[in-house]
Write a protein that binds this ligand. Structure first.
Ligand SMILES: Nc1ncnc2c1ncn2[C@@H]1O[C@H](COP(=O)(O)OP(=O)(O)O)[C@@H](O)[C@H]1O
Ligand SMILES: [Mg+2]
Length: 377
């Protein structure tokens, strides 16, 4: 008997049917956003901060609230921008935003400011209204070090554009801490607004409910006994993990794969223990999970070459061959290798030295295990 019914249900990309134990937060976020839709003048827009630790459901909460607003209101779009996917350059972020909302308002030759202004004109002229979520905004702010940030622009839209009505109705900034690591100045902090939604870490009991719910979607009935779910909840509710549901789901996926590889139809507590011992520190694991597919594949290729060779760095030529093999076996196109490699180097995942590449801050064995898991779903 198989263990999984549908393992993709454990992936962070999968939106669960419901967000247990976040009902209050959900309705509060909706209320904040509704205030922007029902505004009294043509300048007001809602600014909301969603703050909470890794795996507290921040991203999911915003995506679900955005979807609901879209469903409920005509001519309203929710745009989701994960700032961790970009370098700190505003222009690349706005290109992405404008392209995804208003292809007509986009052109490569435009500066960040021009793109923003074009977007606002587009919204005004078409009557389209927009709610935007900027996820991992603290990451962006800390990378920007003194340069103007997206947070700066989007807390002050009404000041530096004269386009009216301003058809951006709401902006949600997601971060791990409300202080942004001290990188924001006082004015920015105050214009971020008083609407702060704090997601407290899930407790053990809440985690058990949430995981049982997800397990019933992903696994065959009976494949994950209660004591396994309880063990995962136990581990994850304690420091250093602080209720990280993503880690919990990763552990369950990993444990399920172990059971499957052994030909068992029931997951054991010891599978979870094994999975835990093989898991990279939480915060890094979440970062790897957020990488786009091609960089993930290139990183996996590097890790595999390094495991085979056991040297400090791997030769580009060999990495490229490994990458081709991987793409072939996974039905991916082989394009984009160089771009993906620069992506990784710019963000500090790898170090390039001439035609050699090294890993930063992680061993090849664990990284390959993690990436193989991530690329499977
Ligand atoms: N209350 C919940 N019910 C079901 N799944 C949840 C819940 N909270 C978080 N998750 C799941 O946990 C994972 C991490 O959530 P995410 O929204 O990415 O957290 P964050 O953005 O705070 O790091 C996702 O797969 C999400 O579906
Ligand atoms: Mg998130």
């Amino acid at each position: 008997m198989p263990v999984f019914m549908d393992r993709t249900r454990l992936s962070p990309a999968h939106l669960p049917k419901r967000l247990l134990h976040r009902e209050k937060e959900f309705s509060l976020l909706r209320k904040f956003l509704e205030a922007g839709v029902e505004r009294g003048d043509d300048v007001f827009y809602s600014r909301v901060q969603v703050v909470g630790p890794v795996g507290a459901g921040k991203t999911t909460l915003c995506l679900m609230a955005g979807q609901e607003m879209q469903r409920k209101h005509r001519n309203l779009t929710h745009a989701y921008v994960n700032l961790r996917r970009f370098t700190s350059s505003k222009v690349s972020i706005y290109r992405y935003l404008v392209k995804s909302v208003a292809e007509e308002a986009y052109s490569v030759s435009l500066s960040a400011e021009e793109l923003l202004e074009n977007l606002l004109h587009f919204l005004k002229n078409t009557g389209q209204r927009l709610i935007i979520t900027f996820d991992d905004a603290d990451y962006h702010v800390s990378m920007s070090r003194g340069r103007e940030t997206v947070v700066y622009d989007f807390t002050r839209l009404h000041e530096f554009s004269s386009v009216r009505p301003l058809n951006v109705l709401g902006v949600v900034f997601v971060s791990r801490e409300s202080g942004y690591g001290g990188y924001l100045d006082r004015a920015e902090t105050s214009s971020l607004g008083a609407s702060v939604l704090r997601l407290e870490p899930y407790t053990r009991e809440q985690l058990i409910d949430i995981l049982a719910d997800r397990v019933s979607e992903a696994f065959v009935r009976g494949a994950v006994p209660d004591n396994v779910v309880e063990y995962v909840a136990d581990v994850v509710s304690k420091p250093p993990y602080s209720g990280d549901v993503r880690l919990a789901l990763d552990l369950l996926l990993y444990a399920g794969n172990l059971a499957e590889n052994d030909g068992r139809d029931v997951v054991k507590v010891d599978d979870v223990r094994y999975a835990l011992s093989e898991t990279i520190s939480v915060s890094r694991a979440a970062e790897y999970a957020d990488l786009p597919e091609k960089p993930k594949a290139v990183l996996l290729s590097i890790a595999k070459v390094l495991q085979r060779r056991d040297e400090q760095t791997a030769e580009l030529k060999e990495i490229r061959e490994m990458f081709s093999l991987f793409c072939e076996s996974h039905g991916l196109s082989e394009s984009g290798f160089d771009k993906a490699l620069s992506y990784l180097a710019e963000r500090g995942y790898v170090e390039k030295r001439g035609d050699k590449v090294g890993l930063v801050g992680v061993d090849a064995r664990r990284l390959s295990l993690l990436l193989e898991q991530l690329l499977k779903r």
